[in-house]
Design a protein around this ligand. Structure first.
Ligand SMILES: Nc1ncnc2c1ncn2[C@@H]1O[C@H](COP(=O)(O)OP(=O)(O)O)[C@@H](O)[C@H]1O
Ligand SMILES: [Mg+2]
Length: 280
């Protein structure tokens, strides 16, 4: 399989966002996501991370939000798209995985029904085509595609399995960009590590770029090529994962680094993506 070359901007953004009657939440935030890269967006709760994710997906309520600037994805200016065009883009070119998998799934519908609906939202074809895509996407997230599994309801799965189902739905249409907004934050540490490894593997095997959003600097180390630090609505620092961890420049990044748990010896600090690749 051939992937688009790296170091080519998939997305370029420069935006300011304000909710009605409130001070700006994002102030002239500028960043790029290159084809196939994993960009981490780290900042504490309330710093504007989800607002930034929603603005890329065109999910901010236009009546109560004022957005200025530009978000270019490939050849499209996302801020100029109509609601119809945005609907065609969401789930196909850009997909989203959120924090609480069990609340993102419909409790009343079997997994197969929900996967079928996700497929039909952007594809047409026979039931056999649909079944093939569902089987392949479940396989890509290491879930069984058998009848017993497909007949399950969300409550019959673990939270880790539910997150895998949502990731299967998100990658089904081969998006160029996956936005993971605190996608591992509600998971126990072991499941969190497994889901992070899954994101890393999907990035490697499909070339899909990921915007990996988290309040937790440590959790992004092993998956991100670059990290942008968001503080009070501004990107205060952006650099390679190695640079951010080894030489944090901004005072706020230094504070985040100092707040990381110090119980690990230096040799056991989180492995960066480059180190993980070298160890393979
Ligand atoms: N729909 C909304 N209406 C008004 N204010 C909002 C809305 N959504 C978020 N905010 C405010 O915007 C700021 C950033 O929120 P958010 O983007 O959710 O941050 P994060 O994801 O980093 O926790 C917060 O002060 C929050 O209260
Ligand atoms: Mg958030």
């Amino acid at each position: 399989m051939s992937f688009p070359p790296q170091n080519q901007n998939l997305l370029s953004a420069r935006i300011s966002v304000r909710y009605a009657g409130k001070p700006p939440v994002l102030r002239d935030v500028q960043f790029e996501i290159q084809q196939g890269e994993v960009l981490g967006l780290v900042g504490q709760s309330g710093s504007g991370k989800s607002t930034l994710a929603m603005s890329i997906l065109g999910l901010l309520d236009k009546k109560h939000t004022h957005t200025e600037g530009s978000i270019r994805l490939q050849d499209s200016e996302l801020l100029q798209l109509s609601e119809r065009e945005l609907r065609a883009l969401r789930g196909r070119a850009v997909a989203l995985v959120l924090q609480s998998p069990l609340s993102a799934l419909n409790p009343a519908l079997r997994i197969r029904t929900q996967l079928r609906e996700a497929w039909r939202a952007h594809a047409c074809g026979t039931d056999a085509d649909c079944a093939n895509v569902i089987r392949a996407s479940l396989q890509s997230v290491s879930l069984p595609g058998n009848e017993e599994f497909l007949r399950k309801y969300p409550a019959q799965m673990s939270v880790g399995q539910a997150q895998r189902v949502l990731i299967a739905m998100a990658v089904m249409h081969r998006p160029a960009l996956l936005i993971a907004d605190e996608a591992t934050s509600a998971l126990d540490v072991i499941t969190q590590a497994e889901i992070l490894a899954l994101f890393r593997e999907l990035n490697r095997s499909t070339g899909m770029a990921i915007l990996y959003i988290s309040h937790d600097l440590a959790s992004v180390a092993g998956i991100c090529d670059r990290i942008a630090i968001l503080h009070q609505g501004e990107i205060v620092e952006c650099g390679s994962t190695e640079q951010i961890f080894a030489h944090p420049k901004h005072e706020y990044t230094q504070r985040l680094m100092a707040a990381l748990p110090q119980i690990l010896p230096t040799s056991a600090r989180p492995q960066t993506k480059t180190e993980a690749a070298a160890a393979r």
